[in-house]
Design a protein around this ligand. Structure first.
Ligand SMILES: [Zn+2]
Length: 309
C-alpha cells in the first residue's frame, strides 16, 4: 500500500472492537472501538491511514437515522446521539460516505458478494446475543422510511413469553439467539433432560450445548432441535412477508453448523405458508464471517453496482 493511491474503506465499529478493511485488498486493521464521540474520527483516521479515502463506509451497532445520526446504541452508549455521517464528511470532505447499521451493512455484503450472491431477494438473519439482519428485495437494500428496518429480533412470537430487555415479552431473540439457546438449555437442565456443566443447571451456557451436540449428546441435540424450531418459526414469519429466494444465517450461533441448520431446514416447510406447494427457499450459512459488516459498509460507500461485486 502506498501513501498516494486512492482507496475505499469499510469500518465496522462493534460493541468492543473496531474492524477496518480496504476494498480490493490490503491489511485489515483491528482496534478498540471508540467509546466517546470525540474519539470517533481519530479511530477512523488510524484505520484508514496509508491511502487517501475516496469512499468511507461505517457500520455501527444501533439505530442510525436518515441524517446519519446514531440515535440509539445499547452497545456503545457513549456514542448515542453522535452525528456520525456529518463528522466523517467534515473530516474527509471529498470522500463518498455511508454510515448505517452494522447488520444492514453485513446483509448487503452477503447479498452482493457472499452467500446470497446471484439472488435478487435475500434476507439476512444474524444470530448473535440477539437477532438482527437486513433486507434485499428486488436487488435493492431496503432500510425502511427511517432506516430502522430489519430489527426482527423483537418480533413477538409468544406474548406470554420471557421478558426482553426491550420491554416486550416473548421477542423472537429470547428463543432463537445465543441468549435464547442458553435459556432453552437451562430449562432443559432443570427439567432433567440435559446434564451439562457438572450437573448445575444454572451454569449451563449455549456453548456447552453446541459442543455437546457436536459430540452427539442426545439431550443437547434435543435442545438444538428446539432452538431450530423457534428459529424456523421466525424465518417462516419473515418468508410469509418477504418471499425471499435465499435466507442467509449469520452470527456466532451459526458456527454450530449442521446441528442447527439441518433441523431448521427440515421444520421450516411445515411452518411457512404453503410450504409443500411453493418453491424451496434456500437457508444457507453466511460466507463472509466477521468481516461482513466492514465489507458491506465499503460496498455501500462506493455505491458499487451489484454486477461488479
Ligand atoms: Zn425485544
Amino acid at each position: 500500500m502506498t501513501g498516494s493511491d486512492a482507496a475505499t474503506y469499510g469500518i465496522d465499529i462493534g460493541g468492543t472492537k473496531l474492524l477496518a478493511l480496504r476494498l480490493g485488498g490490503g491489511a485489515t486493521v483491528r482496534a478498540a472501538s471508540p467509546r466517546r464521540r470525540e474519539d470517533v474520527i481519530a479511530a477512523i483516521r488510524n484505520a484508514v491511514s496509508g491511502s487517501e479515502p475516496v469512499a468511507i463506509g461505517v457500520g455501527v451497532p444501533g439505530l442510525v437515522d436518515t441524517g446519519g445520526v446514531l440515535v440509539s446504541s445499547p452497545h456503545l452508549p457513549g456514542l448515542a446521539g453522535t452525528p456520525l455521517a456529518a463528522l466523517v464528511r467534515e473530516a474527509w470532505p471529498d470522500a463518498a460516505v455511508w454510515v448505517g447499521n452494522d447488520a444492514t451493512a453485513a446483509a448487503w455484503a452477503e447479498a452482493a458478494a457472499g452467500a446470497g450472491r446471484g439472488a435478487s431477494d435475500v434476507l439476512t438473519v444474524t444470530l448473535g446475543t440477539g437477532i438482527g439482519g437486513g433486507i434485499v428485495s428486488g436487488g435493492r437494500l431496503q432500510e425502511g422510511a427511517r432506516r430502522f428496518a430489519g430489527e426482527w429480533g423483537h418480533m413477538v412470537v409468544d406474548p406470554h413469553g420471557p421478558p426482553c430487555p426491550c420491554g416486550q415479552r416473548g421477542c423472537w431473540e429470547r428463543f432463537a439467539s445465543g441468549d435464547g439457546l442458553g435459556r432453552l438449555a437451562r430449562e432443559a437442565a432443570y427439567a432433567g433432560r440435559l446434564d451439562l456443566a457438572g450437573g448445575d443447571p444454572e451454569a449451563v451456557r449455549g456453548e456447552h450445548v453446541t459442543a455437546a451436540a457436536a459430540a452427539g449428546d442426545a439431550g443437547a441435540l434435543a435442545v438444538m432441535q428446539e432452538l431450530a424450531w423457534w428459529l424456523a418459526l421466525g424465518l417462516a414469519n419473515l418468508a410469509n412477508i418477504f418471499d425471499p429466494e435465499v435466507i442467509v444465517l449469520g452470527g456466532g450461533l451459526v458456527d454450530a453448523g449442521e446441528v442447527l441448520v439441518a433441523p431448521t431446514r427440515e421444520v421450516f416447510p411445515r411452518l411457512v405458508h404453503a410450504g409443500d406447494q411453493r418453491d424451496r427457499i434456500r437457508i444457507v450459512p453466511a460466507e463472509l464471517g466477521s468481516g461482513a459488516g466492514a465489507v458491506g459498509a465499503a460496498l455501500l460507500a462506493s455505491a458499487m453496482p451489484r454486477s461488479l461485486c
